[in-house]
Design a protein around this ligand. Sequence first.
Ligand code: ADP
Ligand code: MG
Length: 277
Amino acid sequence: MVPIDGGVDLVRQLREARPDVAFIAMHGRDGEDGTVQELLEILDIPYTGSGVLACVRSMDKVLAKHLMIEAGIPTPEFFAFNETAFRELGAAEALGAIEERLDFPIVVKPSSQGSALGIKFASSAADVPAALVAAFSYDSKVLLERHVDGRDLAVSILAGDPLPVVEAVPQGDEFYDFQARYEIGRTAFVCPAELPDGATERAQELALQTYRLLGCHAFGRVDLMLDAAGELTVLEANPIPGLTETSLLPQAAEAAGISFDGLVGRILDLALRRAPA
Ligand SMILES: Nc1ncnc2c1ncn2[C@@H]1O[C@H](COP(=O)(O)OP(=O)(O)O)[C@@H](O)[C@H]1O
Ligand SMILES: [Mg+2]
């Protein structure tokens, strides 16, 4: 095994090491948006997880949500714009109409980020401009999304099978502070989540549909919301979810009786099996 850090000499290092398979341990941006996958394709090195197209579709929340709507998968209503629309087409003038359609609070997020970076809840029209500026600092495309008052669920998929549902339960403050989300102790994770009758199966089915729709391979994680009326909506899919021992996919695997080492083994095995002989 050779550990390789992503950097300007990534291609050179990969050519030198010529591994049988690359275990992509990058989470977010370049690791998850298809860039590294594209390089590995060019170098003809088998790699773990989803291919380029699934990464491209998933990493772009706006694209993924349009595909979900087309496929009949429920996702919160939204409007999306790029910077050009604001700078050159006067999109700001349309904010009032959008706010009316979505009601407050409105969730403002960059189209392609992860780990809740750049996501803000705007509780009134006065909050929207700053939330947009924050989101635009992460991506040139942002979405304004209907807020779902509900429970935060994640369904990981391994080898085409949904794993037990994980619920993220914020601790303390009633208004969720995203920056605190990943700080130890600020969020409790419950797995398997204790949900009303049938919700687990429906969440798993929706997650699997989303995973297949986006063309994910081997593993992935789909984030959903469950509202008070029992309705489920899909927020997004992560082709390379966190894979540290305390991350959600490993936790869900553990709950299904799959150890961390076992999980890593399965992921490698799936990568080698996909590779051309
Ligand atoms: N429309 C929404 N309504 C309520 N909460 C949301 C909404 N969108 C995002 N959130 C909250 O923000 C978290 C992160 O959002 P998500 O869309 O999964 O982006 P990412 O995980 O890529 O940062 C969610 O797990 C949820 O807690
Ligand atoms: Mg998420």
